[in-house]
Design a protein around this ligand. Structure first.
Ligand SMILES: Cc1cc2nc3c(=O)[nH]c(=O)nc-3n(C[C@H](O)[C@H](O)[C@H](O)COP(=O)(O)OP(=O)(O)OC[C@H]3O[C@@H](n4cnc5c(N)ncnc54)[C@H](O)[C@@H]3O)c2cc1C
Length: 472
């Protein structure tokens, strides 16, 4: 009999399997799709020779992850490359705010808001390792650095719109906070959205915002290779719909959505817990476009021409309005758009002289609206002539994202809504969120703390729980 079966080979499923295997347990991973990776796949979506990240693109959380950092993934083919500018946020008039690796350089670029910026983030940058330990595990566990956690909590709990307006005086400083906080996929007036901005900014200085050479798929390809070197095994093309389909094991860890866990386990989980899993709230969706380009994007702002990530949406007011619209269930015609320019730092992504571009905007869950024109109008606004570079494009609606990966319900890429409550009680309020009432069943997907992103911490935390409770 196996020690453990892991269902789902996303970064969290593989992280769980690695932690079990490196503690000497036998583990088999079963993936439903034809290939591993979940949210870290890379494919030639547009034209031959153009390698696009189907889902995740930029990986500060992988570098900042207390677990992934301990793995020898470079020995298994992973290379993370930092762009010259971590992220840029263009504004009308041809300028951009730049998140540089250096905190000082970033603060200097903010002029009158430089001091406010330093005082907001410098402690978290200096103590990222201790902060990561507090933030990337279950928030129900007492932190090892309580003062640091309390300082983060008191600042992070503020709505980002309030933090931006009260701490910053310039449109540049306010826009920077808005673009970072909008990663929460929540209205910027919502409590807790400042925490997202603080994490993204601190990671930019403490770790960088890199892309993976060859594509995000290299992250999970290297994890798989490391897992196999430890004796773990992986099987693809086998979607699991019932516990009875699984080989016998002492523990099962699920890299799936909470509703799917309820369906697959059925009566093996108590009715009350299944009801809680079904009540778990899903967040808005995303609409994505990948481009094959004949050359680099000629952004008006020089900083954006060197940036791995570009936050598009203009001022605090505009981004706040676009995120409010999505939360209300409507569409903004000037959406906040996340853009990644992987091929600037990683020339393997496109034929010589050519480039890839990755872009998405937030939309209401399961929206069927085609956002291509709105996304391109926003890019044109800050990079006139962009349309002339486009050789080919491929779009992904929320429904397509879900068809490719059942975890992305209605196009929600974060594993559930990021309200303060669901950050703590993820997927339900329990002393240990990775454990279920069934002593051999565990949840390890991004619907557990710390939530979405390629960091593997949900998988790691779930595996530690399984080792203590079922695999001693
Ligand atoms: C468009 C997009 C952009 C993103 N951008 C970024 C980014 O730039 N940086 C970042 O850090 N994160 C980003 N993310 C988020 C990141 O990809 C996810 O948070 C992360 O992949 C979650 O990892 P996971 O292992 O929990 O789940 P997933 O990566 O979703 O993996 C789950 C796996 O389980 C499999 N599975 C599900 N159900 C079953 C079943 N019943 N039987 C068998 N297999 C099953 C799925 O096929 C999938 O392979 C993005 C996601 C998307 C979609």
């Amino acid at each position: 009999m196996l020690d453990a079966v892991v269902v789902g080979a996303g970064p969290n499923g593989l992280a769980a399997a690695i932690e079990l295997a490196r503690n000497g347990r036998s583990v088999h991973v079963i993936e439903g799709a034809a290939s591993i990776g979940g949210g870290t796949r890379t494919e030639e979506l547009t034209l031959p020779g153009f390698h696009h990240d189907v889902c995740s693109a930029v990986h500060p959380l992988a570098l900042g992850s207390p677990f992934l950092r301990t793995l020898p993934l470079e020995q298994f083919g992973l290379e993370l490359i930092e762009p010259a500018v971590q992220a840029a946020h263009p504004l009308d008039g041809g300028e951009a705010v730049a998140l540089m690796r250096s905190l000082d350089e970033t603060a200097d670029g903010l002029g009158r808001d430089g001091r406010a910026y330093r005082s907001l983030v410098s402690t978290f940058v200096s103590h990222w390792d201790r902060l990561a330990d507090a933030l990337l595990g279950p928030l129900t566990r007492p932190p090892r650095s309580p003062l640091l956690a309390a300082r983060f909590g008191s600042r992070g709990a503020l709505p980002a719109a309030v933090c931006a307006r009260t701490r910053f005086r310039t449109p540049q400083g306010r826009a920077l906070i808005a673009g970072m906080a909008a990663h929460a996929v929540r209205p910027l007036e919502a409590p807790g959205t400042t925490a997202f901005a603080l994490v993204m900014l601190s990671l930019g200085h403490a770790c960088g915002w890199p892309v993976a050479r060859g594509g995000s798929a290299q992250i999970t390809a290297s994890m798989r290779a490391y897992l196999e070197s430890l004796g773990g095994t992986v099987e693809v093309g086998r979607p699991v719909s019932a516990l009875a389909e699984l080989p016998e094991s002492r523990a099962v860890l699920f890299d799936v959505a909470p509703r799917a866990l309820a369906e697959i386990c059925g009566e093996a989980l108590p009715r009350r817990y299944r009801r809680a899993l079904r009540r778990y709230r899903i967040g808005p969706g995303v609409f994505k476009v990948d481009y094959a380009l004949s050359g680099p994007v000629a952004w008006s702002a020089p900083a954006a021409r060197e940036a791995g990530t570009v936050h598009i949406g203009g001022t605090l007011q505009e981004i706040a309005s676009s995120e409010r619209a999505v939360a209300r269930g409507s569409i903004s015609d000037r959406p906040y758009v996340l853009v990644a320019q992987q091929s600037l730092a990683d020339p393997t992504r496109a034929p010589e002289g050519k480039h890839t571009l990755w872009a998405y905007c937030h939309v209401p869950n399961a929206s069927t609206e085609d956002m291509t024109a709105a996304i391109e109008a926003q890019i044109e606004r800050f990079a006139p002539g962009f349309g002339e570079l486009v050789l080919a494009r491929e779009t992904r609606t929320p429904a397509q994202l879900q068809a490719e990966n059942p975890n992305y319900i209605g196009g929600d890429i974060g594993g559930g809504a990021n309200s303060i409550w669901q950050t703590i009680a993820r997927p339900a309020l329990r002393p240990n969120p990775y454990a279920t009432p069934n002593p051999k069943v565990f949840l390890c997907s991004s619907s557990t703390p710390p939530g979405g992103g390629v960091h593997g911490m949900c998988g790691f935390n779930a595996a530690r729980t399984a080792l203590r409770r079922a695999l001693r």
